[in-house]
Design a protein around this ligand. Structure first.
Ligand code: FAD
Length: 344
């Protein structure tokens, strides 16, 4: 079981900055995120888009902001449980919380900070009736570790940036890459479309458009063995292809998900908090910060998440150490321990 002071659900910008603010108070943090990488919406939805309203940065790419936040918290050595969704919460007899993920990983902490943004990003799945039987047996909806596909036969479906980018990347890793899209035109960046066409001409990507994966077949162990593709030309043609992996990349849709069943007060798909005080929810010890919360005048902005994280950590410190007197100090003056690991 993973034990920490503050268990943060969601490794978006709000969750990451919480680690820094907690670290200044010498509180340890562990983060859980359903995505395989930290950064939340910034990393998943718009890493190459500039942001103009982060104080002190006239312009910063969302992906670079995430890299900077990771650098800023490095010395506090936060723990990460990635590619797992926080599923259940239980209050234990000692007043701490036990949070278990969909993969069964257990986390224990006196404070839970929900920084879940728009909710966990759930993959959009293609309507193939038996697809659930193949999850973790050849079918994956996101690429967590490209090495899994080394020297394998891979089929990717989709027409956006993820499908194009991973087809290009895996062309050098996998034995065979097939990209299937139901239209002839792709939605992704033009240079990626051009690159895919180049790789097709070089025989490194097998491109099937317009087409759709319509059926999946198993080997004797229940692992994916082949797919049936419907290629639409004048007459629909059925192609059977032997593959090891099928990766449908049809985007992710955010859902508040299991957190909605944790007994929290919810209003319009967001968690109600006490913003006059410390962003605590109706469950003492459970806070909600960043895009996931709501209160009068709420703005879903990164800098608001940073502010909420800061006040929340002060309150968490008082809860964990009710008898200790904490005097707030600036990171630039004496007495603050930890932001670079040394006593200042
Ligand atoms: P998120 O970034 O949404 O991160 C939440 C994380 O929690 C996600 O990674 C999710 O997977 C995880 N999660 C949720 N539930 C669970 C669970 N049960 N288990 C495990 N993990 C879970 N804001 C600005 O301030 N300036 C801008 O210029 C700006 N531009 C934007 C442009 C676009 C296109 C978009 C989409 C948003 C923009 N925003 C901007 C908004 C900004 O991205 C959000 O305010 C910010 O990402 C909120 O951060 P967060 O950490 O609260 O949540």
């Amino acid at each position: 079981m993973i034990k920490t002071d503050i268990l943060i659900i969601g490794a978006g910008p709000t969750g990451l900055f919480t680690v820094f603010e907690a670290g200044l108070l010498q509180l340890k943090c562990h983060l859980i995120d359903a995505l395989p990488q930290p950064g939340g919406q910034c990393a998943e939805l718009y890493p190459k888009k500039p942001i103009y309203d982060i104080p002190g940065f006239p312009e910063v790419l969302a992906g670079d902001l995430v890299d900077n936040l990771m650098e800023q918290i490095k010395s506090f050595e936060p723990g990460f449980t990635l590619a797992e969704r926080a599923e259940t919460i239980e209050k234990l007899e000692d007043d701490t919380f036990l949070v278990t993920t969909n993969k069964g990983t257990q986390h224990n902490a006196p404070i839970v900070a929900i920084a879940g943004g728009l909710g966990s990003f759930e993959p959009r799945k293609p309507p193939i009736p038996n697809i659930a039987n193949f999850e973790d047996k050849g079918v994956a909806y996101m690429v967590k570790d490209p090495e899994v596909y080394r020297n394998k036969k891979v089929i990717i479906a989709g027409g956006g940036d993820s499908a194009l980018d991973w087809s290009i990347f895996l062309a050098d890793v996998a034995e065979e890459v097939t990209l299937v899209h139901r239209r002839n035109e792709f939605r992704g960046a033009l240079d990626s479309v051009e690159k895919v066409k180049e790789l097709k001409d070089l025989g490194k990507i097998n491109l099937i458009t317009p087409g759709e994966v319509d059926g999946l077949q198993a080997d004797e162990n229940g692992h994916l063995a082949s797919v049936i593709i419907k290629k639409k030309s004048e007459a629909t043609e059925e192609i059977q292809l032997e593959v090891d992996h099928f990766i449908p990349l049809f985007g992710l849709s955010p859902k508040l998900g299991p957190i909605a069943d944790w007994g929290l007060e919810i209003e319009k798909n967001a968690i109600k908090v006490d913003n006059a005080l410390d962003y605590q929810t109706n469950i003492p010890g459970v806070y909600a910060i960043g895009d996931v919360n709501t209160y009068p005048g709420k703005l879903k902005l990164i800098l608001c998440g940073f502010h909420e994280a800061t006040l929340m950590c002060q309150s968490a410190y008082k809860k964990i150490y009710p008898d200790k007197k904490y005097v707030m100090k600036y990171t630039t003056v004496g007495g603050v321990t930890g932001f670079d690991g040394t006593k200042k």
